[in-house]
Write a protein that binds this ligand. Structure first.
Ligand SMILES: N[C@@H](CCC(=O)N[C@@H](CS)C(=O)NCC(=O)O)C(=O)O
Length: 234
């Protein structure tokens, strides 16, 4: 039975951009599972599966509904223990993977939203634009336009924030060692979010992080590369 993945989308549903939904999509592809994608806007999330949902990614698998990218990875691990490569390297690596999630969500995501806020806004339908603006402006206490003003000045900060990953890549091709695991999909989701919404011109082409990211884009028949990089910059 194919799994249904509810994934965040803007006006153009062929450009899924949510970092968390990319983590779930890569986890499904990693396990070699068939899945169909149902794109939803921010303001449609409350209506899916007869209501009561607050976030995507969300998967429907038979009777089961699972939301949250990390929960989805844990669910797939439990539901398909013998299928495809593991998403974690043993149960003890779940804690280390949580560390990667914390690093990414507290260091990379805040940087990314301050860079991409207007680009994301411009990708959304009208109703979602109003929702996104209200929520983000309340969270940051400035307008979206003010949030991204002078964003170029923050480029050296991103270079620094990516240092833990850059240094790890001196020793191993992936966070998982010789192969990618769920921990790789976490920063991949963040950079894929930036790539699809804004383009990745802010990262130097010869940064080892980019070589890793290009390898990640190639995985699973180019799952990540199948969505194009943004050409514009707001
Ligand atoms: N911890 C969750 C976060 C999921 C999340 O924040 N999803 C966003 C889309 S990227 C969402 O559904 N937001 C709903 C809203 O803002 O109303 C995960 O890892 O999946």
């Amino acid at each position: 039975m194919a799994i249904k993945l509810y994934e965040l989308a803007g006006k153009d549903t062929s450009l899924p951009f949510s970092p968390h939904c990319w983590k779930a999509r890569m986890a499904l592809a990693h396990k070699g599972l068939e899945f169909e994608v149902e794109p939803v806007g921010f303001t449609q999330i409350a209506e899916i599966e007869n209501g009561g949902q607050t976030i995507v990614p969300l998967i429907r698998h038979g009777e089961k509904l699972v939301s949250d990218s990390f929960n989805i990875a844990l669910y797939l691990k439990a539901a398909y223990p013998d299928r495809g490569p593991g998403l974690f390297k043993g149960d003890d690596s779940i804690a280390l993977t949580r560390f990667v999630e914390s690093w990414c969500q507290t260091q990379i995501h805040p940087w990314a939203i301050k860079w991409a806020a207007m680009d994301i806004y411009n990708m959304l339908g009208e109703e979602d634009q109003a929702y996104f603006r209200t929520k983000r402006e309340a969270a940051f206490g400035v307008t979206l336009e003010e949030l991204v003003a002078n964003r170029e000045a923050s480029i050296p900060q991103l270079k620094q924030l990516l240092m833990p990953l850059r240094l790890l890549l001196k020793h191993h091709p992936y966070i998982g060692g010789k192969d990618p695991i769920f921990a790789d999909y976490i920063p991949f989701g963040a950079l894929q979010w930036l790539r699809i919404c804004s383009g990745l011109t802010m990262i130097e082409k010869d940064d080892p992080v980019m070589a890793w990211f290009e390898r990640m884009l190639d995985l699973y028949d180019g799952q990540g590369r199948s969505v194009p990089e943004a050409k514009h910059s707001s």
